[in-house]
Design a protein around this ligand. Structure first.
Ligand SMILES: C[S@@+](CC[C@H](N)C(=O)[O-])C[C@H]1O[C@@H](n2cnc3c(N)ncnc32)[C@H](O)[C@@H]1O
Length: 205
C-alpha cells in the first residue's frame, strides 16, 4: 500500500486530498520494514500519527504538540494509541524539551510554521538529534511567502538557501494546486503552491 493511500484513509492534509506531499516523501523515506524512530512536531488531531503508525508497523512513532492534553485527547473511541506511539506535550523549539527524546531517523516539522520556530527546531534537531542516514522534512514552506508567519530575520526558504550556498544538499517538492488551494485560507495570496523539503542527515553547516 502506498503512503498516500494510507494518508487518504486518515484524511491527512499531507495526502493528495490537499498538499499531495506523500508520494514524494515515500521516495525519500525508508521502506515499510523501517524499525527506527520517527518524530513529528505537531500532532493536532492525530491524523498523521495514525498514518505513520500504519505505514511503519515496526517503528517507534513520537508525536509532540505544544498544546496540553494532546495525548489524552488522542485516546478516544476512534483510536487506542498503540504502545509504540508516544504522544507528548512538548515544545519543538525548546532544546530542554527535545534533548531528552534522544535520536531519530526521521524528523518532520509540521508545527506552527512560523519562520523563527521552523529555524529554531531545525537548529536544535537536525544537527544533534538526527541519526546518520536519516531525513529531516521541513513541511509547508509555502508559509515563507506569507507575512502572517514572519517572526524572524529571514523567511525559512531564504534560510535554507543560505545553507545550500554553504554546500548543504536538499530536495524540494512543489505541488501546484488545482481547484481548492491555499488561497481559500489566505485569499490575498493567490496561486501559492504547496512546498516542502527533504534534507538528508549528516551534512554540516
Ligand atoms: C498543522 S498541525 C499538525 C497536523 C498533523 N501533523 C497532521 O498532519 O495531521 C500543527 C500543530 O502544531 C502544534 N504546534 C505549534 N507550535 C508547536 C511547537 N512549538 N511545538 C510542538 N507543537 C507545536 C499546534 O498546536 C498544532 O496542533
Amino acid at each position: 500500500m502506498l503512503l498516500n493511500d494510507i494518508g487518504l484513509k486518515y484524511d491527512a492534509d499531507k495526502s493528495s486530498r490537499f498538499h499531495n506531499y506523500l508520494d514524494f516523501y515515500q521516495k525519500h523515506l525508508p521502506d515499510r520494514e523501517f524499525s527506527g524512530r520517527l518524530l513529528e512536531i505537531g500532532v493536532m488531531d492525530g491524523l498523521s500519527m495514525r498514518m505513520w503508525a500504519e505505514y511503519y508497523p515496526k517503528a517507534e512513532i513520537v508525536g509532540i504538540d505544544i498544546k496540553p492534553d494532546m495525548a489524552s485527547y488522542m485516546h478516544n473511541e476512534h483510536w487506542q494509541v498503540p504502545e509504540r506511539v508516544k504522544l507528548l506535550t512538548l515544545d519543538g523549539t525548546k532544546k530542554a524539551d527535545m534533548q531528552p527524546l534522544g535520536m531519530f531517523d526521521i524528523i518532520i516539522d509540521d508545527g506552527s510554521h512560523y519562520w523563527a520556530e521552523q529555524q529554531k527546531s531545525f537548529e536544535i534537531l537536525y544537527y544533534s538529534q538526527l541519526n546518520k542516514g536519516g531525513v529531516y522534512i521541513l513541511e509547508d514552506l509555502w508559509t515563507s511567502h506569507i507575512e502572517f508567519y514572519n517572526n524572524a530575520k529571514i523567511n525559512t526558504l531564504d534560510y535554507l538557501k543560505k545553507l545550500e550556498k554553504k554546500g548543504m544538499k536538499m530536495t524540494y517538492f512543489r505541488y501546484k494546486h488545482k481547484g481548492l488551494g491555499i488561497q481559500t485560507v489566505f485569499p490575498e495570496y493567490k496561486g501559492l503552491d504547496s512546498e516542502t523539503v527533504v534534507i538528508k542527515a549528516g551534512q554540516l553547516k
